[in-house]
Design a protein. Structure first.
Ligand code: AGP
Length: 608
């Protein structure tokens, strides 16, 4: 949520800042800004409401400097506007600050700074940082010390970068709850809130820890704690490929990421299946078989699609390992003073590894002595580091705001965990082999579904102008319905509601008419007859139906059907979900939506 970039070096900073911001735009995109300085002194600042392209068009050719910071914003405090865009400046226009996170005591600080003569130009909480840092920038004071002193007065979360026209050879960055990563170049240094802004320039990075600051100069960096103790950080190498950050010939990142799923699922499975013992190996759990046997319950915590993937995961764990499992939105869990039990295994799910609510839920569990594993895509992210162990997805970077390949890989990771737990408990070798073979077949089966993209596009165009859509599924199909409805809402803005098919007649059947089409999950499993009965009930009320099925239902029961290859029943939800991703994508395209950057949303929600 919001993106930060910074540059210090011999070159003109502006091209890097603008390109870096464009790469980070998926994190927030309602306004953008840059500030640069250099040996000639003084700050140059440009900021606009709108996209990074609007900013680039507004930056004149003479806008040059060898040290600079930039920001792309997702509004929390104050509407999207030029004034609320970052960087924010102090009154003398010496200090410029870009900030991700929330300053909780901003009102109180603003009041005190105003009494001292500061004049505020924006409605943001972030602006207090510029005035506060400037207030500590006395004669001969190092910028890092001024930033440290200012942060000592701040309550809240931040990832920030600070520029000082009086000390133009450096940028000071700091992290507390919102990521900052340094990029090490040849006689030049970079910083950003996300490695995706850096990979074109360097693979050598240092992830700051919470509570750390760094002074970054062209020839290196120095990291230290809030109480000014030097820390020693070794760079690590980013292994994600550069082409992960391009659309690679697809019209949108979303379509590319949907089509990447055979490969990303293969990577999630890679080296983890054990055919001899019909189980899965998960080296990162840091729990041996004896410890895993002691687990009496599993609680899964995630937000949005991560929660729905967790619902699928809970069903897999219950079915294969017969351990009671439940998924709960992390955003609710953290606020309800949850009972944390020693024999419950907590699992945090997050693609980005940054979602604040999920991180806070993990911290709540740990504070109460619970054990938390992470199912995370982003290596080294805050949630991954906070957990006691876990499973990395290896799905590759996911740029589009709507999650697709990471969602699928999360469910695959849960299938591996459920298989592992199952084989420690009572899952028979024969059933283990059944699941291992089904997992190996998934990439090829996903390809079969993706091959129907054009047909699904035609179908989507026919339904895109509906005022709303109902998504229904029974038991294993219900989380699929929830995720399908979420995807449609998110990127097409068509209202979508997900219901358990069994619950339809307890209320929502009243909504069914020719104007409200239904997407029904109809797997060929033990509940097929029940599902067909539900289709009949909808048809009796003139409802139109798109069935996602293994076998084409009678034409009187479904207006359209997308056929999906059959896996094992426990894994069927994974494949049934793929056509729903394509349906949402093509509906959004038909409606000319901004598919990769849907309105009001951002990729990772690092605020409460
Ligand atoms: C998914 O399409 C959504 N953009 C959203 O629900 C997302 O899954 C949620 O915010 C959690 O994100 P995370 O996986 O990065 O924690």
């Amino acid at each position: 949520m919001c993106g930060i970039v910074a540059y210090v070096g011999p070159k003109d900073a502006t091209p890097f800042l603008l390109e870096g911001l464009a790469r980070l735009e998926y994190r927030g995109y309602d306004s953008a800004g840059v500030a640069v300085t250099g040996r000639t002194g003084g700050l140059k600042v440009r900021k606009v409401k709108g996209r990074v392209a609007d900013l680039a068009a507004d930056v004149p050719a003479r806008f040059k400097g060898t040290t600079g910071i930039g920001h792309t914003r997702w509004a929390t405090h104050g509407v999207p506007s030029d004034a609320n865009a970052h960087p924010h400046l102090d009154g003398t226009e010496r200090i410029a600050v870009v900030h991700n996170g929330i300053i909780e005591n901003a009102d109180e600080l603003r009041l005190r700074l105003t009494v001292d003569g500061a004049v505020f130009r924006s409605e943001t909480d972030s602006e207090v940082l510029a005035h506060l840092i400037a207030a500590h920038c006395g004669e001969g004071v190092e910028l890092e010390d001024a930033v440290r002193a200012a942060l000592g007065k701040v309550v809240g979360t931040y990832g920030l970068a600070v520029l000082d026209a009086g000390q133009p050879d450096r940028v000071v960055v700091a992290r507390n709850g919102s990521p900052i990563v340094l990029g090490i170049g040849e006689k030049e240094m970079f910083a950003a809130s996300d490695v995706s802004a850096l990979v074109r320039y360097t693979r050598q990075v240092v992830h700051l820890e919470d509570g750390e600051l760094a002074t970054v100069r062209a020839d290196g960096f120095r990291t230290s704690t809030e109480d000014a103790r030097t820390t020693h950080r070794r760079p690590s190498t980013v292994d994600w490929e550069m082409d992960s950050y391009d659309t690679g010939g697809y019209d949108h990142f979303l379509l590319k990421e949907i089509h990447e799923q055979p490969g990303s699922v293969e990577r999630t499975l890679s080296g983890r299946l054990d055919e001899r013992f019909a189980t899965a190996h998960l080296g990162g759990l840091n729990l041996d078989a004896r410890e895993l046997r002691e687990i009496r319950r599993v609680k899964i915590l995630g937000c949005g699609s991560a929660h729905y993937a967790g619902e699928m995961g809970a069903q897999l764990i219950e079915e294969l390992a017969r351990i009671p499992a439940h998924s709960e939105p992390a955003s609710e869990f953290r606020y309800r003073n949850p009972v944390v039990e020693a024999d419950t295994l907590y699992i945090a799910v997050s693609q980005s590894g940054e979602t604040y609510d999920t991180l806070a839920a993990v911290q709540e569990v740990k504070r109460k002595g619970g054990r938390v594993l992470g199912v995370v895509n982003t290596v080294g992210s805050a949630i991954a580091r906070e957990c006691d162990g876990g499973i990395y997805l290896h799905a590759g970077p996911e740029i589009s705001v709507a999650s697709t390949k990471a969602f699928t890989s999360t469910v695959v990771a849960f299938a591996l965990l459920a298989l592992h737990l199952g084989r420690i408990h009572d899952l028979s070798p024969a059933d283990g082999r059944r699941i291992v073979s089904a997992l190996k077949a998934l990439p090829g089966q996903i390809r079969e579904v993706l091959a129907q993209s054009d047909a699904i596009a035609e179908l989507a165009a026919g339904y895109a102008d509906s005022a709303g859509m109902m998504f229904i599924g029974r038991v294993r199909g219900y989380p699929v319905a929830r995720e399908g409805a979420q995807k449609l809402k998110e990127i097409s803005y068509v209202h979508a509601e997900a219901y358990p098919a069994s619950e339809l007649k307890h209320g929502p059947l009243a909504l069914i008419s020719a104007d409200l089409p239904t997407v029904a999950l109809v797997p060929d499993d033990e509940l097929l007859d029940k599902n067909l009965t539900t289709l009949g009930e909808i048809k009796a009320r003139s409802g139109r139906i798109v069935a996602i099925a293994h076998r084409r239902p009678d034409a009187r029961l479904a207006d359209h059907c997308v056929l999906v290859p059959k896996s094992e029943p426990e894994l069927d939800p994974l494949l049934l979900n793929i056509p729903l991703q394509l349906l949402a994508y093509h509906a959004a395209v038909a409606l000319k939506r901004d598919v990769d950057k849907p309105r009001n949303l951002a990729k990772s929600v690092t605020v409460e």
